[in-house]
Design a protein around this ligand. Structure first.
Ligand code: GAF
Length: 388
């Protein structure tokens, strides 16, 4: 099904036996984050790249007043009268497209009766932003049907609102942003305060090797929510001394040295991670831009230690996956990527070594944990786009 032509045939077959009505196809990718974890909701910096896994959306108009959503991955359809979409999430896959339709409608876009077929290969629950890919694919498809355009940063914000306000998962902006704005062969340094960004080319001889620990990750899980609350608690305490600290983005290591003793121990550690991670992320983008891969790898390693020890956002399996990669030929840098408590590690690897690196890491991880991991050799791909 990776083939968009197959989705077009499937969609036409389900909804337009006569084939007079045109189906449009759009794609929106998942992502991997090279560095900058749990900094987006602190208005800090992140450096993700879009990856080759994506959600494809096929869309066409209807004449019967219905909004029909179909997910090929679940072989399931849901149908609603266009004027009365459900008002709340139900914990079903349809929450994501429905959230986007609801937010677009609230933003003034009249959603017409339509058929939307979704198919994706972003592994679910693996921390590679399958939800953002569905949201951005849906939004791009609906706008395509309407013949409307929204600049990528704004589109990302609407999709984030769908996840925050409809799905009720308290994520930041990173995942939707990179899915909407990624560029082939580039990582993107995003300032989550004003959504300005810089693109950094990923050298041709570098592969993104994504290693799935097979431990499920969820942004809706307790870990993500607790950590976010701890980050906000630390910020509120620092702000009593320096009111200009609105988010941890505004705080410095000197602030922690001066007032850290007032912050409860766990929140202090989370704050130390976020504050140092922001510095590392900007430094990592500079290193990538000047092709200093050794420095980039060193910063990724430091970031993993900070994520694991200060943020306590890793898990034994992810620490194992990172450790097992360290002495394999070709490794530039390895760390747990995404929201944490499971999911995938990102390994930057010299391309010529990538296949042997992947095979060796797979075998080492299997021997040491008894779990069969999925390992993918990816490259940085383009953000959301129509497929002609
Ligand atoms: C998840 C969230 F969706 C992002 O917004 C971000 O906070 C990330 O975890 C952690 O960096 O992917």
């Amino acid at each position: 099904m990776k083939d968009p032509a197959a989705l077009r045939i499937l969609h036409q077959g389900r909804y337009h036996a006569a084939a007079q009505i045109q189906t449009q196809i759009f794609a929106a990718p998942g992502r991997v984050n090279l560095i900058g974890e749990h900094t987006d909701y602190a208005e800090g910096f992140v450096m993700p790249a879009a990856i080759d896994f994506a959600t494809l959306a096929a869309i066409s108009p209807r004449t019967d007043g219905q909004i029909v959503l179909y997910a090929e991955n679940f072989a399931e359809e849901r149908s609603y009268p266009a004027g009365s979409l459900p008002a709340a999430a139900t914990g079903h896959w349809s929450d994501y497209p429905l959230g986007v339709l609801t937010i677009l409608s609230g933003a003034g876009y009249q959603i017409p009766p339509l058929s939307l077929s979704l198919w994706g290969d972003v592994p679910l629950g693996s921390g590679l932003s399958s939800s953002a890919a569905v949201e951005v694919a849906t939004a791009t498809a609906v706008l395509g049907l309407l013949g409307a355009e929204i600049p990528g940063p704004q589109l990302a914000r609407l999709c984030q609102r769908a996840e925050n306000e409809f799905v009720r998962a308290n994520c930041g902006i990173m995942d939707q942003f990179i899915s909407a704005n990624g560029k082939e062969n580039h990582a993107l340094l995003l300032d989550c305060r004003d959504l300005s960004f810089r693109l950094a080319p990923i050298p041709q001889n570098v592969a993104l090797v994504i290693a799935n620990t097979m431990v499920k990750h969820s942004v809706a899980g307790a870990g993500y929510t607790t950590r976010r609350a701890e980050v906000e608690e630390a910020c509120a305490i620092l702000a009593t001394h320096r009111p200009e600290i609105k988010f941890l983005r505004d705080a410095t290591p000197a602030d922690l040295a001066a007032w850290g003793h007032e912050i409860p121990p766990n929140s202090l550690k989370r704050a130390r991670h976020v504050i140092t991670e922001n510095l590392r992320t900007v430094a990592a983008a500079d290193a990538l831009l000047r092709n200093d891969l050794a420095e980039l790898g060193r910063l990724m390693h430091e970031a993993h230690i900070s994520y694991s020890q200060d943020f306590e956002g890793s898990c034994p399996e992810a620490d194992t996956m990172v450790n097992l990669a360290q002495d394999l030929p070709g490794l530039i840098g390895a760390r747990l990527t995404g929201g944490g408590f499971g999911g995938c590690t990102i390994n930057l690897v010299e391309k010529q070594h990538a296949p042997t690196f992947a095979a060796a890491l797979k075998e080492r991880y299997r021997q040491s944990t008894g779990i069969h991991p999925e390992i993918h050799i990816c490259h940085a791909s383009a953000g959301a786009h129509p497929i002609l």
